[in-house]
Design a protein around this ligand. Structure first.
Ligand code: NOJ
Length: 542
């Protein structure tokens, strides 16, 4: 077992974690200050979302310099200190690589757009004609450039032009940037939006139009044939032989294809696929007002499929990140008790086979924010989805219902440290409003409460970190067609654990004899019955 398989990863969105300068934006010194907190959760690594120089059109996923820290977050010296301080606590720092696109303020793009024959003319994707592809944040995926009298492609915002991976010089420059961080001692990389780096041949040879209106670029370009050749080269040239882990974000790779991407035959150590978090969206295209209902059995199947597909490799278990709404409002019916729900999801997070990824604040157990108007949201995709809903005929009230449910800003509100103004996040004005519940749900209060979600996370983390069966044991789902309960076991030799979760808001009988020989070791209700109460979840040992 590798070090990154034995402990969880804690994801930090630095902009919203802890501000030590009073400018309303979190920073690296804030992360250094809270390393003991992260350690108390039993994490072995911290994944930092991008901290590079950026105009922040997409909160750092629009990078203007791959090897410099944005002054908002601190300096390279702060970063080196973070690596050292984290290491002394047994924590490694994981950087986010955003290599499908740069910012339009990156020197490479500025040169590329300046003429059709400059040395970087071919570093981005330029064409005379455009197709009707819709970018992921809404609107055309093509942007006209006056200087070059051509269109450039942007899978995401128009300020995020796509790099041309067909050009070997581009790939070399990206490998060099990666080595820069490896040389500083990082523990791994989360690799952004990697499925889009290869554009389909049809597209390279000549622009195609889809039949009607705008057509999602995701459906045209995700995981195109030949992409794995690029990624194998990336692995060979940069990652092979390094004591790090790689985890790629790959919307559009489905469990049945995981073995091409991870493990012995694959290119990454782990892959974030989206089937369980995007189950309400058709084909991974997140058009919020077209979200569909799904059955529990379908959701469980996504988890089981990815568990089985990674039997010989490894899986990153996650319910939240900076792109998702808060999980307790996503995976449980309305009316569910939030504390019970948070603990129930935590039980799944720490008992499936793979590395648990905890997103900052998830361990406190609060739901989505209730901002009033679309103007209160900062996130570019929130505005894109809102506009799409309005263009589709929804009223402001109807569109806002989906914004509140799915906005990425739900996960980006400042970390709730205590009950003081701005939840102890900043002494200035927070860049995004603090969640309205911060006075009842914050680290200071939860540290003192033995029954809090935070302390439940700590106990579960300690349980997983010290039980080989929870780390490497085989996964088996029981009763997959049950629409109320999720039950699975983890087995290693003679040792067996079972997790059982009631996804409803009423009592549900457990299958007969299932608890024979079982001893409950932890659960979100203190005592034990032979049925599961609303949202009850427990782990049993046999
Ligand atoms: C995925 C990132 O997680 C998200 O925050 C970002 O907007 C897009 N990729 C574009 O980089």
């Amino acid at each position: 077992m590798e070090w990154w398989q034995k402990k969880s990863v804690y994801q930090i969105y630095p902009k919203s974690f802890l501000d030590t300068t009073g400018n309303g934006v979190g920073d690296l010194r804030g992360v250094i200050k809270k390393l003991d907190y992260v350690k108390s959760l039993g994490a072995g690594a911290i994944w930092l979302t991008p901290i590079y120089i950026s105009p922040m059109i997409d909160n750092g996923y629009d990078i203007a310099d791959y090897t410099a820290i944005d002054p908002r977050f601190g300096t390279l010296e702060d970063f080196d200190e973070l690596i050292r301080e984290a290491k002394s606590r047994g924590i490694r720092i994981v950087m986010d690589l955003v290599y499908n696109h740069t910012s339009d303020k990156h020197a490479w793009f500025i040169e590329s757009k300046s003429s059709r024959d400059n040395p970087k003319a071919d570093w981005y994707i330029w064409r005379d004609d455009k197709t009707n592809w819709r970018s992921i944040f809404g609107g055309s995926a093509w942007q006209w450039c006056e200087e070059r009298q051509q269109y450039y492609l942007h899978t995401f915002a128009k300020e995020q032009p796509d790099l041309n991976w067909e050009n070997p010089d581009v790939r070399r420059a990206l490998y060099d940037a990666t080595n820069f961080w490896l040389d500083r001692g990082v523990g791994g990389f989360r690799i952004d939006a990697i499925v889009y780096i290869k554009k389909p041949r049809k597209f390279i040879d000549g622009a195609i139009d889809s039949e009607d209106g705008m057509s999602s670029i995701h459906n045209m370009t995700a995981a195109t044939d030949g992409i794995l050749d690029f990624l194998r080269e990336f692995k060979r040239e940069v990652f092979d032989g390094c004591d790090i882990f790689t985890v790629a974000e790959a919307n559009g790779v489905h469990p049945e294809n995981l073995s091409d991407w991870v493990g012995e035959r694959g290119v990454f150590d782990m892959l974030f696929e989206f089937s369980h978090v995007n189950i309400m969206f058709n084909r991974g295209v997140e058009i919020w007002h077209r979200a569909q209902l799904y059955k529990l059995s379908e959701w469980k199947k996504t988890l089981t499929d990815s568990q089985l597909a990674t039997r010989e490799s490894w899986y990153p278990i996650y319910f939240e990140n900076h792109d998702r709404p808060r999980s307790i409002d996503t995976f449980f019916p309305s009316g569910t008790d939030k504390i019970l729900a948070a603990k129930a999801l935590a039980i799944i997070l720490f008992t499936l086979r793979g590395t648990p990824f905890i997103y900052q604040g998830e361990e406190l157990g609060f739901g989505n924010a209730e901002f009033k108007s679309v103007d209160d949201y900062d996130d570019i995709s929130t505005r894109g989805n809102y506009n799409l809903a309005r263009a589709d005929g929804l009223s402001d009230k109807q569109a806002m219902k989906f914004v509140r449910k799915f906005s990425r800003d739900n996960a980006r509100t400042p970390m709730q440290w205590d009950s003081s103004e701005n939840a102890g996040f900043t002494s200035g004005e927070a860049w995004l409003p603090v969640h309205e519940d911060f006075k009842i749900c914050n680290v200071e209060i939860e540290e003192r409460d033995d029954n809090s979600v935070l302390n439940f996370y700590r106990r579960l983390s300690a349980l997983r970190n010290s039980n080989e069966v929870l780390i490497s044991g085989d996964y088996e789902e029981l009763y997959p067609n049950d629409e109320e309960l999720y039950i699975f076991t983890r087995t290693l030799g003679a040792k067996k654990f079972m997790a059982a979760i009631n996804f409803t808001t009423h009592n549900v009988d457990l299958p007969a004899q299932i608890l024979d020989g079982a001893k409950k070791i932890i659960g979100n209700y203190a005592d034990e019955k032979n049925y599961l109460r609303p949202t009850e979840a427990a782990i049993y040992e046999f």
